[in-house]
Design a binder for this molecule. Structure first.
Ligand code: ZN
Length: 287
């Protein structure tokens, strides 16, 4: 199943351009707000598995304009992001050690939906295409073998990163440098894990002004999604709606010689097989 946030309303996606309203098809049994729905995710999945999707049509399909798509989770309790989780990207960033995942946060006010215009706070803003996992079941001490049972689904996202801010002395500032307005676009939909032939092996990448700058497979992650859940849940309780940005492949602007960053007027399209694409345009900061 694919779930969207259409102008604030939880929507089951029928095909790329139509969907049905969750509140309507459930005759009010489930909430309009997608974040509230995530809090009741397991109950909702049981309910949808007992329904005949053809019967939903009499409530009326609505047209999905991707400009109307918000982040499926608007106010997660926690957002985790993983650094240096693909070998070639770790090499381009100049780090050798991969024994444990590097973990930071992106603050929730940086979230946005599938299509957005992003203001560039400096001339050092970089792209990072990433698979984003959405937690559907709470837990602590989740073993890797059981981790997928705790994942509601996957999205594609961008971990936009202001390298100027990130590397200003005295020490690197990952979380702040990656949390400017609209620096965490996700979407277009939350896709449940049963929709993928293998959720541990998804192709992803991004195009900058039509040029393919990143392309890899999530099976090349150093620490796969099950291990990330195991590692995180050893310390914190994971709760429904929490997001995990799982790290970016090689091909970020910082890895170019000389480095190459986003400019006003640029368009970035980020995609993943079985998920779809998101699109951002960039504009200069006005004084
Ligand atoms: Zn990242």
């Amino acid at each position: 199943m694919r779930l969207a946030n259409v102008r604030g309303r939880a929507t089951v996606v029928i095909d790329d351009h139509t969907g049905v309203d969750v509140h309507d098809i459930s005759e009010g049994a489930f909430p309009t707000d997608a974040s509230e729905l995530l809090a009741r995710w397991e109950e909702f999945r049981r309910w949808t598995s007992e329904q005949d999707p053809l019967a939903w049509d009499h409530h009326g399909r609505k047209t999905l304009d991707h400009n109307d798509l918000g982040p499926v989770v608007t106010a997660p309790r926690q957002i985790f992001a993983i650094g240096l989780n693909y070998g070639l990207h770790r090499d381009e960033a100049g780090f050798a050690d991969a024994t444990a995942p590097v973990i930071f946060t992106k603050f929730a006010s940086s979230l946005c939906g599938a299509h957005a215009t992003v203001t560039l706070p400096s001339d050092g803003v970089d792209w990072e295409a990433e698979i984003v996992a959405v937690i559907g079941r709470a837990g602590r001490d989740i073993p890797a073998e059981k981790a997928w049972d705790h994942v509601a689904g996957l999205m594609i996202g961008q971990d936009l990163s202001d390298r100027t801010h990130q590397f200003t002395p005295p020490s690197p500032q990952f979380s702040m440098a990656k949390s400017f307005e609209n620096f965490s676009p996700v979407g277009p939909f939350l896709v449940t894990t049963d929709e993928f032939p293998d959720p541990d092996d998804i192709e992803l990448g991004c195009f900058l002004n039509g040029e393919a700058v990143q392309r890899d497979r999530s099976s090349n992650m150093i620490h796969g999604i099950p291990v990330l859940l195991e590692t995180l849940s050893r310390v914190v309780e994971l709760t429904p709606g929490d997001l995990i940005f799982t790290g970016t492949p090689a091909g970020v602007g910082m890895g170019y010689e000389p480095p190459r960053y986003l400019r006003p007027g640029d368009e970035l399209v980020t995609w993943a097989s079985g998920i779809g694409e998101i699109r951002q345009r960039f504009r200069a900061k006005t004084a």
